[in-house]
Ligand binder design. Structure first.
Ligand SMILES: [Zn+2]
Length: 72
């Protein structure tokens, strides 16, 4: 049974709406870049300014990011 649901279903979360895990309110700004053949993602919260780095989906400490940039 397929229904083209156009009625308001407020329980359905928009998949693109990423919320900040810190304040649970802010919108996330994500910037992706390639660094030394690695896919690096910088994410920051618009509201509380929480920020972190991810590499291949894993959380990366800022010190490691600096390490990546410095080491050639
Ligand atoms: Zn936040």
């Amino acid at each position: 049974m397929v229904s083209t649901a156009s009625s308001a279903d407020t329980s359905a979360m928009p998949s693109t709406n990423l919320l900040c895990p810190t304040c649970k309110q802010g919108d996330l700004i994500t910037i992706s870049m390639m660094l030394s053949d690695r896919d690096l993602t910088f994410t920051t919260c618009h509201l509380c300014e929480a920020k972190w780095w991810e590499r291949d989906g894993d959380l990366v400490p800022l010190a490691s990011v600096i390490d990546l940039v410095v080491k050639k």
